[in-house]
Ligand binder design. Structure first.
Ligand SMILES: [Zn+2]
Length: 124
């Protein structure tokens, strides 16, 4: 089973690590690129909190950090950015309307299916 943990602060990171240390596949996301980079490099920003380090969390965090896959919310950021543009929903190459199914699958897309060279499957 997979678990997603959103935001890796004092609660989110230890929680994600606990799931990972019990063999669950954990995907964690955080909006702070510095947090994502440090965790993906095997370092925890949370263990610098004195009370957490004193509780031995830093020791338990270290091996389980390797089991975490941490991502930044770039897709959502890009989608929100794209929606601010008045031309949102219009293909950046041909100017036609982007298919609703395509936008539903990838909110941040700027190209219609034809220009992207992808087949868009209509909804049943
Ligand atoms: Zn197009």
């Amino acid at each position: 089973m997979r678990i997603a943990v959103i935001a890796l602060g004092k609660i989110g990171l230890p929680l994600a690590v606990q799931f990972a240390s019990h063999g669950w596949q954990v995907i964690a996301v955080d909006i702070d690129p510095a947090v994502v980079t440090s965790i993906n490099a095997g370092r925890s920003h949370v263990t610098e909190e004195p009370e957490l380090a004193a509780a031995g969390l830093s020791i338990r965090l270290a091996p389980a950090l390797a089991a975490l896959r941490v991502e930044r919310l770039d897709r959502i950021d890009r989608a929100l950015q794209a929606m601010r543009d008045p031309s949102y929903g219009t293909c950046a190459l041909c100017g036609r309307e982007i298919e609703v199914e395509r936008l539903a699958a990838a909110l941040e897309t700027r190209l219609c299916g034809g220009c992207a060279g992808e087949a868009v499957q209509p909804r049943a």
